[in-house]
Design a protein around this ligand. Structure first.
Ligand code: NOJ
Length: 477
């Protein structure tokens, strides 16, 4: 199996490993912990942004695309990380934030024409920011600028060929430095209606279970415009054969135009799904149906730094069954740091650093049972939650731990053949064929029979029935 269909491990650099004692994780910290990733058996790491940034959105507001924020290290630190990862057979994906820059990026000052503007007394249309409120902020007496996210993140105008060329340079820069691919941030927001028409009202949801402030509107003009392929084609041209995984915040059945140029897109149906058989089956079927440029088009994730921790969303009882699900789906699978030991959601930040309340998913990695979790020798930027209850060192020693179970699954995934087919059956069960094995996941509330055949791996010791929250992988007789 190519690494492209393997496992990407998401590192949130602020919270992975602090190497210089300032309470914030950094690139040398990641390098120092690569042993964990190699031991786990993943194929690649995606590192969330480490660019210079005023940190209005923790690095997703970039003020220089071709450097490293001193808080996270330096360009030589990136080179050392990449070299060390490659020496261990791990690929490195960089987070490309192409939709917007920081308002403090020199481009905003030196090339205002690279951004999206409107003139007048009021905003030109009803477009909204992903975080709520208008997507327009007044710049001076005459002008408004567009921001799909925070006001500190003005949107670039991808209709301007100079913007396209500048971002192509960025892509080439990281490829030349050894990046093997990119996660493309907020890529469905890149292309907007050039006429800037209002988004019409709609009773139908736009697609995904929407955020409350996104109900009642069809976002056809403020994002996902038909010309997206032009922009993506330019990114592909600069990226060559690098793996491109899009954060396409649309239902999977709308991913096709993106996947003409990208290899994969995240399946948000799964990241947002509750532990409920209908929703899970819908998510799996939706993502499995998508074809990417270099194989199955899905990148599956259970958690990330925006949408929470799967152990909290699904409940501890279902943790192992969910891991078995993730590791047997077709396409690329993504594990968010800490999920392998079942890190839960922690208390909110103090002070709350992130204005949309996402800090609870970003607590430091718990490496050992010391009070600081082995993350930092000083006070971490967010408290470490429960290192005595769950940490890498203890779980590594325990063959019955969640971490050991993930590791077994990861090894097993490498041997799964291609091919995927959903199977009918009990309404509480998500059942499918993957290559030459069958998977059954009991997300219902009654026991069900284990499929016939040799049980290769199961969440509970061999039994005649799968209890709710259990799952099994079976080689049919
Ligand atoms: C998606 C990122 O995952 C999120 O953290 C960020 O706030 C937005 N894109 C804007 O860049």
């Amino acid at each position: 199996m190519s690494w492209r269909e393997g496992i990407v491990y998401q590192v949130y650099p602020r919270s992975f490993q602090d190497s210089d004692g300032d309470g914030v994780g950094d690139l040398p910290g990641i390098t120092a912990r690569l042993d964990h990733l190699e031991w786990l058996g993943v194929d690649a790491l995606w590192v969330s942004p480490f660019y210079p940034s005023p940190l209005a959105d923790f690095g997703y507001d970039v003020s220089d695309y071709t450097d490293v924020d001193p808080m996270f290290g330096s360009l030589p630190d990136f080179d050392r990380l990449t070299a060390a990862a490659h020496a261990r057979g791990l690929k490195v994906l960089v987070d490309l934030v192409a939709c917007h820059t920081s308002i403090q990026h020199a481009w905003f000052r030196d090339h205002p024409e690279w951004y999206v503007w409107a003139r007048g007394d009021r905003p030109p249309n009803n477009w909204t920011s992903a975080f709520g409120g208008p997507a327009w902020t007044r710049f001076d007496d005459e002008r408004w600028y567009l921001h799909s996210f925070y006001p500190e993140q003005p949107d670039l105008d991808w209709r301007n060929p100079e913007v396209v060329a500048a971002m192509q340079e960025v892509v080439r820069f990281w490829v030349a430095r050894g990046a093997d691919g990119f996660r493309l941030d907020a890529i469905d927001r890149l292309a907007k209606d050039p006429q800037m028409r209002d988004d019409p009202p709609s009773e139908e949801p736009f697609g995904l279970p929407l955020l409350d402030h996104e109900r009642g509107r069809d976002f056809r003009h403020s994002r996902n415009a038909a010309w997206i392929g032009e922009a993506l084609g330019a990114i592909r041209e600069a990226a060559g054969d690098a793996l491109l995984i899009g954060e396409v915040y649309l239902p999977a059945h709308k991913h096709a135009p993106y996947l003409e140029h990208l290899d994969r897109a995240f399946v948000f149906e799964l990241i947002q799904s509750p532990w409920e058989p209908g929703a899970l089956r819908h998510a799996v079927a939706a993502g499995a149906a998508v074809e990417g440029r270099s194989g199955p088009g899905a990148t599956w994730a259970l958690s990330n730094h925006d949408f929470g921790r799967f152990s909290a969303r699904f409940g501890r009882r279902n943790e192992r069954a969910a891991a078995l699900l993730l590791m047997t789906l077709p396409g690329t699978a993504c594990i968010y740091q800490g999920d392998e030991i079942g890190q839960g959601i922690g208390p909110g930040g103090d002070p709350p650093y992130d204005r949309v309340g996402r800090d609870v998913f970003r607590h430091p990695m718990q490496w050992d049972r010391t009070p600081g979790g082995g993350f930092s020798v000083s006070r971490p930027w967010l408290p470490v939650v429960d290192p005595a209850a769950r940490n890498v060192a203890d779980q590594r020693e325990d063959p019955g731990s969640l971490l050991s179970f993930w590791r077994e699954l990861i090894a097993l995934r490498k041997g799964l053949g291609p091919g995927f087919r959903m199977l009918d059956g009990d309404p509480g069960v998500i059942a499918y064929e993957r290559g030459n094995v069958r998977v059954a996941i009991n997300a219902g509330d009654a026991p069900v029979a284990v499929p016939d055949g040799e049980v290769v791996l199961a969440t509970a010791p061999a039994a005649a029935a799968l209890a709710p929250g259990d799952a099994a992988l079976v080689k049919p007789a």
